[in-house]
Design a protein around this ligand. Structure first.
Ligand code: GLN
Length: 538
């Protein structure tokens, strides 16, 4: 079979958390910067249909695509690096694969055959891998296989990759194996044996790695690279060092220095040129050489987990660079905020973001934080649950609606200022049933947001069940909190602002999902700017 699209598979060895997603995104960036239309896909070997039902302790942030898929957070890296939207085709789990195969079996599509891992599951995996390639939108598809080789649950994926490589033929599909070269301080040496073993494990499944990307804390010298090449049966130029970087945004340039793009393109029989990274490098240099510093509080209940607010943290990096400002994020656990502690934890901040979330834990602390920043005129951005908390706080403390709440937290509240969306009331399944993906939003002229976006119709991504209860709209507006963004079809309120405040914005959607290096999100850019103004005035 002759295919125009080239495929690159990225597998992991030795250890998890080596950063396959960042390596895949960095390689894609280098290929995109040489005018190859490149996309990245992640195959996750767990049985959940998607990460939407996984809590952040299990899986970090759940990233949402334009078409409303709840996906792995690596898709966020892909979009931030490439500035090209991903879709549900870019993330596939074992659960999804099996669900499809079982549905086909129920429909009788296998014509009485015994349904087996090979060929039925592997065929389904191969089909999912090729969906993006066949769309003719891409010259190169990079497929990242989650997990570590040798895991039982990865086996069908590895087998599918082996078959595809054989079917697609030479120069059409290659395997990059990401591994760890640990430094043993007692021996004072970098060790290659774990890599040798994981390459061997891959070979047991019939796959010869074409390129090794070696994560390391110390430089790999030439002798060590030769040793790795010889024992792992790859060309010397195909042993790529991936040394720890101070920021993930350095990785494309580090891979360029190591020649990863060159060796990849050579093995795919494609021409290489000097990648155009002008814009990227301007961003990196602004990020690393800030002229100012602001400190912004991030208030949530998962702040101890570095991956749970990934897209928000990255959006601050993009917005910081746009403002030539270093944004120090101070993570504040909402459960520790109460009337006695709030001032000591927030008074020194230049701005506060109240994070998205689900469930009751920590919400009173979030409400306390909103009250403090509203009264003390500290810039505020509330995202999703954060916006809902701002509405509750205003209702309780300004409108004096006692025990106002969201029906998510208190089903019998006398003032359900945040309530379940009508069509959500009959849904019982949890997975994939929220309001998801990109929706239009119309902005009110002369509002903060209209000035920030500089247009009146925007499209932003959602992930929620509850909403601003329009029954309270008139009363809330009359008291000074304005609704400045609506869904044009349903009239749902998407944005609130406070007039008598330097910068107070709450959005029902998630702006952080759409911030990229090439296009920092305007709301984050404006929020950081407001923090800067506040900082200079205090
Ligand atoms: N729990 C809230 C809802 O479902 C907010 C969700 C969120 O912050 N993503 O509406």
């Amino acid at each position: 079979m002759v295919s125009n699209t080239k495929y690159i598979f990225v597998t992991g060895g030795v250890s998890s958390s080596l950063g396959k997603g960042i390596i895949a995104a960095s390689l894609a960036k280098l290929l995109q910067a040489q005018n190859y239309r490149t996309t990245i896909q992640k195959l996750d070997p767990y049985i959940n249909i998607d990460p939407g039902t996984l809590n952040p302790y299990e899986h970090g942030e759940c990233y949402v695509t334009e078409d409303g898929a709840e996906t792995d957070l690596d898709l966020g890296h892909y979009e931030r690096f490439l500035n090209v939207p991903t879709s549900k085709a870019n993330n596939v789990t074992t659960g999804r694969i099996y669900q499809n195969v079982i549905n086909k079996e129920r429909r009788g599509e296998f014509l009485g055959k015994t349904v087996q891992v090979i060929p039925h599951i592997t065929d389904e995996i191969k089909e999912r891998i090729q969906v993006l390639g066949k769309s003719s939108d891409y010259d190169i598809v990079i497929t990242e296989i989650g997990g570590t080789v040798g895991d039982i649950e990865s086996l069908p994926y590895i087998e599918a990759v082996r078959q595809l490589q054989w079917e697609l033929g030479e120069n059409n599909a290659i395997v990059i194996h990401l591994t760890l070269v640990p430094f043993l301080s007692a021996a004072g040496e970098l060790k290659t044996k774990p890599t040798q073993h994981s390459v061997k494990t891959l070979m047991e499944s019939g796959i010869q790695a074409d390129i090794l990307v070696c994560r390391t804390e110390h430089e790999l010298n030439t002798a060590l690279k030769i040793k790795l090449a010889r024992f792992c049966n790859v060309k010397q130029e195909a042993v790529i060092q991936s040394i720890d970087a101070s920021t993930i945004y350095d990785v494309p340039n580090l891979m360029l220095e190591e020649g990863l793009d060159k060796v990849v393109l050579k093995q795919l029989a494609l021409n290489s040129s000097i990648p155009n990274l002008t814009h990227w490098n301007t961003f990196v240099s602004r990020h690393k050489n800030p002229k100012n510093t602001v400190t912004i509080g991030l208030i949530g209940k998962y702040v101890e987990l570095q991956d749970s607010y990934k897209s928000i943290l990255e959006a601050f990096i993009h917005a910081g660079a746009a403002n030539e400002t270093r944004v120090n994020i101070e993570s504040i656990h909402s459960e520790y905020l109460n009337p006695n502690t709030v001032a000591s934890k927030l008074s020194h901040l230049d701005a506060v973001l109240v994070a998205p979330g689900f469930g009751e834990r920590g919400i009173e602390g979030k409400i306390e934080a909103v009250k403090y920043v509203r009264e003390n005129k500290i810039p505020f951005l509330g995202i999703c649950l954060g916006m809902q908390m701002a509405v509750i706080e205003y209702s309780r403390n300004v409108l004096k609606l006692n025990n106002a709440n969201s029906t998510e937290m208190d089903a019998t509240t006398p003032h359900p200022v945040i309530d379940l969306m009508e069509h959500q009331k009959t849904i019982t399944d949890k997975g994939g049933t929220m309001r998801l993906g990109a929706w239009d939003c119309e902005l009110t002229p002369n509002s903060i947001v209209e000035k920030v976006y500089n247009k009146t119709l925007i499209k932003e991504r959602h992930r929620h069940r509850f909403e601003f209860n329009s029954d309270y709209k008139e009363r809330i507006e009359a008291a000074g909190m304005k609704t400045t963004g609506y869904n044009p079809k349903t009239g749902l309120v998407e944005i609130i602002e406070i007039e008598d405040h330097p910068w107070f914005v709450g959005v029902q959607y998630h702006p952080e999902y759409k911030s990229t290096v090439a296009a920092p999100h305007p709301l984050f850019v404006a929020f950081v700017k407001s923090a800067l103004v506040y900082h200079k005035n205090t």
